[in-house]
Write a new protein. Structure first.
Ligand SMILES: Nc1ncnc2c1ncn2[C@@H]1O[C@H](COP(=O)(O)OP(=O)(O)O)[C@@H](O)[C@H]1O
Ligand SMILES: [Mg+2]
Length: 261
């Protein structure tokens, strides 16, 4: 059994001390949700789109729910979004608005209304992450891929890695493309982990490379991909920038607001 010193040494082995990374804000109780709709259900979670109104501002959000049984998945997702936010990684993953824990049946019903089906696999209490809804998106596929999308997908993954987050579930449904703008967004950090070592980053990148390669080869775009990826892997954030002030005390939680993406 590892001592707490060993666990701490492990946690900061690659740059970022989790203790200095601010927690995601809690979703304020005064946010009003309407027009909820189920947009994804997997083994570990259910995802709904909804209109969220807070202080007279309304935006569409994605709400990703986890039953207690999948608490570790929820924690992984939350911690990775905290690391991304802390490192100002934006655009390549959804903006994260906040999270909450232990919603009971009543609160779930209030938020999801009729969108909560009797066959839902959610078991209360549930935990929830509130994210930017990526409107008009489609999953990566041979139909949606272009060499530019490959380049942006790998560029986005590099930024995620620079924030010391390994995605670890690189599959087509977890890479959303907005065809009208060409935006590429990495979603689903429930299998992710933070502060990886070099080979863990390398593995993640290799899986992405293989996936994109298969898609583009099908699409006859492999020359473009080779051009797109023929450059060094994004370097690590220098240790000094994070070690300079290894402040052990947590910063104040982020102020909650509905950031417009
Ligand atoms: N922020 C989002 N914007 C739009 N659609 C989303 C968003 N998050 C999830 N989805 C949709 O929900 C599906 C499941 O979400 P995901 O986070 O991958 O959960 P799971 O862990 O169940 O795979 C995705 O494949 C996507 O279609
Ligand atoms: Mg997924």
């Amino acid at each position: 059994m590892a001592t707490s010193e060993e666990r701490y040494a492990q946690a900061i082995k690659n740059n970022i001390d989790p203790d200095i990374v601010p927690h995601l804000p809690r979703i304020p109780k005064t946010v009003r949700f309407s027009d909820s709709r189920l947009i994804g259900d997997g083994v570990h979670s259910e995802v709904y789109s909804a209109s969220a109104t807070y202080k007279k501002q309304t935006i569409t959000v994605a709400l990703k729910f986890f039953s207690q049984k999948w608490k570790e998945r929820f924690d992984a997702e939350v911690q990775s979004y905290e690391f991304l936010e802390h490192n100002s990684v934006s655009g390549v993953a959804p903006t994260v608005y906040g999270c909450d824990r232990n919603w009971n049946r009543e609160r779930l019903r209030e938020v999801l209304g009729d969108a909560l089906r009797p066959t839902s696999s959610l078991r209360t209490p549930v935990s929830v992450v509130m994210l930017e809804y990526i409107a008009d998106s489609v999953p990566l596929s041979v139909d949606s891929v272009t060499w530019r999308i490959c380049k942006d997908a790998l560029g986005g993954l590099d930024l995620i890695h620079l924030a010391q987050v390994v995605h670890h579930d690189i599959r087509e449904p977890n890479i959303l493309i907005v065809p009208s703008t060409g935006r590429v967004v990495w979603i689903d950090f429930s299998s992710s982990f933070v502060n990886p070592n070099d080979s863990e980053i390398w593995n993640d990148r290799q899986v992405a490379y293989s996936l994109l390669y298969l898609d583009v080869v099908d699409h006859g775009l492999c020359c473009g991909l080779i051009l797109a990826v023929n450059r060094p892997i994004g370097g690590r954030i220098p240790r000094s920038s994070f070690y300079a002030d290894s402040v052990r005390s947590r910063r104040k939680p982020l102020q909650w607001h509905l950031k417009t993406p």
